[in-house]
Design a binder for this molecule. Sequence first.
Ligand SMILES: O=P(O)(O)OC[C@H]1O[C@](O)(CO)[C@@H](O)[C@@H]1O
Length: 408
Amino acid sequence: MTEKTSRTPDDGIANRSGPAAGRDAPVILSNQPGSFAWGVLAKRHPALIQQVRDAFPYGRRQHEALDALLDEITRGVVEPLAPSEHDHAQWADWGREYFGRPWFDAPFLWAESYFYRRLLGAIEYFGTGPWQGIDPFAPFKRAELRGAAVDEELRALDALADAPPDERARALLHASLWGNRADLGFRVTEGEAAPGDATGGLVVDDGAVLWQLLPAGASTTVAVVADNAGRELIPDLILIDHLLLHRHAERIVLHVKPRPYFVSDAMTADVVDCLRRLAEAPGEAGGIGGRLWDAMANGCLEVRAHPFFCAPLPYEGMPEDLREQFAAVSLTVLKGDLNYRRLVGDRMWDVMTPFADLTAYFPGAVAALRTLKSDVIVGLEQKTLDALERGGGAWRTSGTRALVQVRR
Ligand SMILES: O=P(O)(O)OC[C@H]1O[C@](O)(CO)[C@@H](O)[C@@H]1O
C-alpha cells in the first residue's frame, strides 16, 4: 500500500510560514480525502470529542457546545473565538486567513492546534466556573500512567542498573525515543501502533553526534522540549536523570505545555504525576524518582511552560524570550512528532532536504527524537528511502519508524 499524502498547489497559503519559507514545498493541508491529515480532521477529531464527552459528567451547556463544535469541524467553516475570550485577539491574528473557510482548507498544523483550543473552550476550561482548569484528557493520561505496561517498564530499569554507562545511555536514549509511540491522540483511531523494531526501525541515527554534544563533566544546561505525558515522559525523565547523574549536563530545563494539548501532551501536573509514580516505585525506578525530586528542589531540573508551545506556528516564528532561552543552552532536545513538524516546517518537503538546512535558524544545537506519525520527513538518504518504499506500508505515519536527527 502506498500512502496518500496531502499536497496542495501554492494557493497563497503554502509559502508563508515555516523554515526556509519560499522554497518549493507545499504546506500540508487536510483537504485530500484519504490523506493522513484528512483522516485526523475527519475521523480522529470527531472521535476525540466523543471520548471526552464520555469521560466527564458535563452539563447541558457543554454538551451543546461540543455538538456545535462537531458540526462546525465536519460540515462548517472555521469560526473565530468570541470577543470575550481571553485570547481572542491572538487567535484573530493567527487565524485571519482561515476564518470563514472550511477547516480542511486551513494548514493542517493550524487546524489541529485551533481544534484543541476550541475543544477546551467548549468544555469551559478557560471559564470562571467550576470546570475551569479541568484537563479533559486527564482520565486517559492517568489510566495510562497507572497501567501495567508502566510497571513493567520501570522494573526493566533494575536490569540496566549495572550496565556500562555507554550501554545504559544508549538504552535510555532509545527508551525516550520509542516512548514517543505512546501517544494517546494517535491511538484515538489507529489503535496501538504496531511494534517497531526498537533498533532497526531507525531511519536516521545521529545518536553518536548527540552524545558528542554532551560530554561527561560538562557544566552545561540542556533544554528538553517534552511531548507526551505518561509512557513518554517517564523515559524522558529517566534519561534526564542519567544526564544529570553522569554529568552530561549540570542543569536541565524541561519545557512542557501550559494547557491540555494534542490529548496527551505533558503539562506541569503530568510531570508531578510521573515524578510521584517514579518515586513510589520499588528498586532502581524509585531511586531515580527520588533524585529527580531533589533535582527539582535544588534547581538542577526546572520545568517551564511557555505559551508558544501551544501556538499553531513553526518554531521559526518563536518569540524572542524563547529564542534567548534556547540560545543559552548547549543542546535543545525536541521530543515527538508535533515538535518535529514545527521544527522543520509542516510541509511536504523533498525527503532528502538536509535537516541542517531547515534547522539553521534554530538558536543553538538541536536534536529531534521522534517516531514518524505524520507526512513530514527530511534528511533521509536515498538508500533508506528506497528501502522504505520497497517495504511499502504507511512508514511515514504508522509510528513504527523513528529518527534521531541532530544539528550542531
Ligand atoms: O505526540 P506527537 O509525537 O507530537 O504526535 C502528535 C501527532 O499526532 C497527530 O496530531 C495526529 O497523529 C499528528 O498530526 C501529530 O504530529
